[in-house]
Ligand binder design. Structure first.
Ligand code: SF4
Length: 461
């Protein structure tokens, strides 16, 4: 298929449409400590939960999973495609990173910073210091993780690496199903991980899996509602991947025996349409449907156009959609009104209070957002007494640092949101505010009166 090319000459512009350019690296194959979840392929020759036909894994396989080579190759191809590469979101996928040997983890992360810096440092800390002003800065870092790998010690490590966003596999909030599908954790682990991650300022994504064995459409929707009805959950982002029978997974071997059938396209559409209607303003759907090649499916693969079909159904129904992605300016640039204002939504979450600040126009098109948290329980010394900024994001096509924007990037929306957050924190008695910033954004916050304390940028109010 030909690469879609935008009028500004960027191939596949959607990659950098949300403000930063993602760069994905893949872990070497390794089995998860608890065993293998019933639906999960991989683990021997390819990383757990991926197949050897996924593009990122195919690239990594060719490079023998060497992370330095992966970063170099990816960076070069992003440059070739015309993407801005000064602001990078590093995404680490495949298996459970926090379960890899400590030395591997440390070297893996340092390797990413080193390649982007163009120089090899003697320590991770030194590499991060260099990256603060490097040409290719890591402005955000995402690690895929399990709910039972988010202890205080794990969280300290993730902060040491510079992670800002964590995705955890939640699938369905049901202990009985967790047991039957060999997830190896319980709902309580999801609750604890959610609270700790938010109280350390992380942005948090859940992976949700409708259509698992022992579930049905009714149960999926009931458990999905719980994610937002119960203040113990309420993630910032979602990936919704309906269960499919993938080659090399335990499910591929036993699906007949347990009489399992994956959802039909119609059932998937029904469940996704209803789920999207439930999602509140503060949550973003990062992706629906997993890109698993047809030849890796044991039964007929679900149609790849389902997301479009679902959007079409929602449009026809004239449903009021609140989730973030469908309201972003990057996806809504035609006939844009610029009568913007800051809208604030306040909600309880995991023992704390969240202020979701968004710059929107009168059509509810989103230009930027900020997540401010009054934490429940602080366990990191440097965050004592702080209100937390968990995310500051300005939407629109990514620009390089110093470039002035016609769209919402670099037009003062970030500063406006931040000053609003500082004001709210101060009015509520906070003397300090802390931002979980990627290493590459520290310079930005320094200019706004923030100083590095531990791994956070902190300002006295
Ligand atoms: S935790 Fe994730 S990677 Fe590990 S077996 Fe389960 S689905 Fe696969």
């Amino acid at each position: 298929m030909a690469n879609p090319k935008s009028p500004n000459g960027i191939k596949k512009p959607v990659r950098s449409k949300s403000g930063v350019t993602p760069l994905t690296v893949v872990l070497a194959p390794r089995k998860c400590n608890h065993g293998t979840c019933i639906y999960c392929p991989g683990g021997e020759k390819v990383p757990q939960s991926y197949t050897d036909k996924s593009p990122a894994v195919m690239r990594a396989l060719q490079l023998n999973f060497d992370v330095r080579k992966q970063v170099e190759a990816r960076l070069n191809s992003l440059i070739k495609m015309g993407h801005p590469t000064e602001k990078i979101e590093l995404i680490i996928i495949g298996g459970t990173f926090l379960q890899y040997p400590q030395d591997y983890q440390y070297d893996y992360i340092k390797g990413c910073y080193d390649v982007l810096n163009g120089v090899s440092s003697s320590t991770l800390k030194e590499a991060q210091k260099i990256n603060e002003t490097a040409k290719h800065r890591i402005v955000a870092m995402c690690i895929e993780n399990r709910p039972d790998n988010c202890s205080i010690e794990d969280i300290k490590k993730m902060r040491e690496y510079g992670a800002t966003r964590i995705e955890i596999g939640v699938q369905i909030l049901d202990d009985e199903i967790y047991k039957k599908i060999a997830r190896g954790h319980k709902i309580k682990d999801v609750v604890d991980a959610t609270r700790r991650l938010k109280d350390a300022g992380f942005k948090l994504g859940y992976h949700v899996m409708p259509g698992l064995p022992y579930s049905n459409v009714k149960k999926d929707l009931e458990k999905f509602r719980l994610i937002f009805d119960d203040e113990k959950f309420r993630p910032d982002q979602l990936k919704i991947y309906p269960c499919q029978i993938v080659e090399d997974s335990p499910l591929a071997k036993i699906h007949k025996k347990i009489n399992y059938k994956s959802y039909t396209d119609e059932e998937i559409k029904e469940v996704l349409t209803e789920m999207i209607k439930i999602i509140p303003d503060y949550c973003r759907v990062m992706r629906v449907m997993r890109e698993i090649p047809k030849e890796k499916m044991v039964e007929k693969a679900a149609s790849t156009s389902i997301r479009k079909d679902v959007e079409e159904i929602l449009r026809k129904e004239n449903a009021s959609i609140k989730e973030i992605r469908m309201r972003e300016i990057g996806f809504n640039s035609l006939g844009l009104k610029t009568d913007t204002r800051v809208k604030t939504i306040i909600y309880d979450a995991s023992g704390g209070k969240e202020f979701f600040l968004e710059v929107v126009n009168s059509d509810d098109v989103l230009f930027g957002l900020l997540r401010l948290r009054f934490p429940g329980e602080i366990f990191l010394e440097e965050l004592k007494g702080c209100a937390l900024v968990r995310e500051l994001h300005v939407y629109g096509q990514a620009l390089n640092l110093g470039e002035t924007g016609k769209n919402s990037q670099h037009t003062g929306i970030g500063k406006l949101l931040l000053s609003q957050a500082e004001k709210i924190a101060k009015e509520n008695g906070y003397k300090k505010i802390a931002v979980i910033s990627g290493v590459g954004v520290r310079e930005y916050y320094k200019k706004l009166g923030y100083n590095l304390d531990g791994t956070y940028m902190i300002k006295n109010l």
